[in-house]
Design a binder for this molecule. Structure first.
Ligand code: DGL
Length: 272
């Protein structure tokens, strides 16, 4: 099938988290059809090696490509931080990750040059945000403070978004940020936008939060426009969901991440 403006945007993530990115895409690009793949059989990616995450990512991308996508969004921060070069080299369509858009948005917002980044252990260990921030800042320079916050993922999935437990966890992870001259904090994981309130409270009002999902949706909109691939208004967009394990939990938890009901998701076998 030949891709054109009518073709869907493909989005993959390790599971439900990438639905925060899909939500931002749907709100910025309401006429676009989308195909989402959550690799729920192999989640989490955040604790796995870069080599394994790259292998999974190539498999996910291959599946979406067979569905005739015109552009791939790598919604997972961990996959974006380790697999983007391999994906871009392997795919015949544009590939957009969440790291560069998030880093660039942070540099546009920072007032004093101190940028914090939080994400999974894999994302932080890869140094991808740190490298992107430094490269984009160039001669202006930027002071980066990065930290992995692994407990935020299960808290977000459990819907534990307010109250003592998430507040204490956030304070423990983030107290240092408030004291270290950081004025902008990148939410470098798909799950963290759900915990925005407790994160904001832990770092204090002088620190501005940057949502990589929002920044990515803006980059995708600009890229589609530039390449003449924007869907035309008038048609009814379709949204398809695929998962690699049974769909029940994805459908239930996913609705919270997406902010709208997910009526069905189809299980597919990507084993290799
Ligand atoms: N989607 C992952 C990310 O944004 C978080 C969940 C996981 O570890 O797989 O890094």
């Amino acid at each position: 099938m030949r891709q054109g403006s009518h073709s869907p945007i493909g989005v993959f993530d390790s599971g439900v988290g990438g639905l925060t990115v899909l939500k931002a895409l749907m709100s910025h690009l309401p006429h676009e059809s989308t195909v989402y793949l959550g690799d729920t059989a192999r989640v989490p990616y955040g604790t796995k090696s870069g080599e394994v995450v790259t292998r999974y990512s190539l498999k996910n991308a291959g599946f979406l490509l067979e569905r005739g996508i015109k552009l791939l969004v790598v919604a997972c921060n961990t996959a974006s931080s380790v697999a983007l070069p391999a994906l871009s080299a392997a795919l015949p369509v544009p590939v957009v990750g969440v790291i560069a858009p998030g880093a660039r948005a942070a540099l546009r917002r920072t007032r004093g040059g101190g940028v914090g980044v939080i994400g999974t252990p894999g994302t932080i260990r890869s140094g991808a945000y740190q490298r992107e921030l430094e490269a984009a800042a160039g001669a202006d320079g930027v002071k980066v403070k990065a930290r992995a916050c692994p407990l935020f993922v299960p808290l977000a999935e459990e819907g534990w978004l307010a109250g003592d437990v998430p507040r204490l966890v956030a304070r423990d992870y983030l107290a240092d940020f408030a004291r270290s001259g950081v004025d902008t904090l990148v939410l470098g994981c798909t799950h963290y936008p759900l915990l925005k309130d407790v994160i904001a409270e832990a770092v204090g009002p002088q620190v501005e939060l940057v949502d990589s999902a929002e920044a990515t949706a803006e980059v995708v909109a600009a890229l589609l426009e530039e390449q003449g691939l924007l869907a035309h208004a008038g048609g009814e967009p379709t949204h398809q969901y695929f998962v690699t394990d049974v769909p029940e939990r994805f459908v239930e938890v996913g609705a919270r991440f997406l902010g709208r009901p997910i009526h069905s998701a189809e299980q597919v076998d990507l084993s290799f």
